[in-house]
Design a protein around this ligand. Structure first.
Ligand code: NI
Length: 200
């Protein structure tokens, strides 16, 4: 038992270090507005909350604001999706040029029907995406997203949390990575930056 706890603790520390490393790298690059040598983003094939198969090509011509998370997340995801929604509202008509996406890292529980109920709670234009575990893994890998299933409570295998990195990714209308807003960035700040970029 002790060995198992130690293993879990060691795995968590390694995971956090990786996430922190990625976070530092992304924030650093976003703030300096540098096009990184390691590409972020790319092709994905997922299923939206209406059951339709979608790829990145379906959103071409729009700015994409992308958040990876899961609907059972007790705190971080709802906070960040709320920020995303408020930022879009603050942008008014300019917000029409931005497509908000929520990509699940928990395809096991985030079914199409479940996603539909969830995204509607935040913004009428928020698109929820899920897929097979392989599809989700590929999308997360493209965006350098870290996620990992945390151990479930004893005797309740369905009640687990997902550890995951928390960033709002901004992609340009041409599909290029423009930067990330780290978790905790205010809606005002996101709206201001997005508005400046859209006004160009
Ligand atoms: Ni979350």
């Amino acid at each position: 038992m002790k060995a198992r706890i130690l293993r879990i603790a060691a795995a968590s520390v390694v995971g956090l270090l990786i996430a922190a490393g990625i976070a530092w790298w992304q924030v650093d690059h976003a703030q300096h507005n540098v096009q990184s040598s390691v590409p972020i983003g790319g092709p994905f094939t997922l299923t939206d909350q209406t059951g339709k198969t979608v790829t990145e090509a379906d959103f071409k011509g729009k700015y994409l604001l992308i958040y990876f998370g899961y609907t059972y997340c007790p705190d971080v995801c709802p906070t960040e999706l709320g920020t995303m929604a408020r930022a879009l509202d603050l942008l008014g008509a300019q917000g029409e040029k931005v497509q908000p996406l929520f990509i699940s890292v928990d395809p096991e529980r985030d079914t199409v029907a479940h996603l539909k109920d969830y995204v509607g709670l935040f913004h009428p234009r928020l698109v929820g995406l899920t897929g097979t575990p392989e599809q989700v893994k590929a999308a997360a890998k493209a965006y350098r997203v870290y996620y990992n299933k945390a151990p479930a409570k004893d005797g309740k295998p369905d009640e687990y949390l997902m550890d995951h990195s928390s960033f709002l990714y901004l992609m340009g209308p041409d599909g290029r990575f423009l930067g990330v807003y780290p978790g905790g960035t205010t809606a005002d700040r996101v709206a201001q930056d997005l508005g400046d970029r859209i006004a160009g």
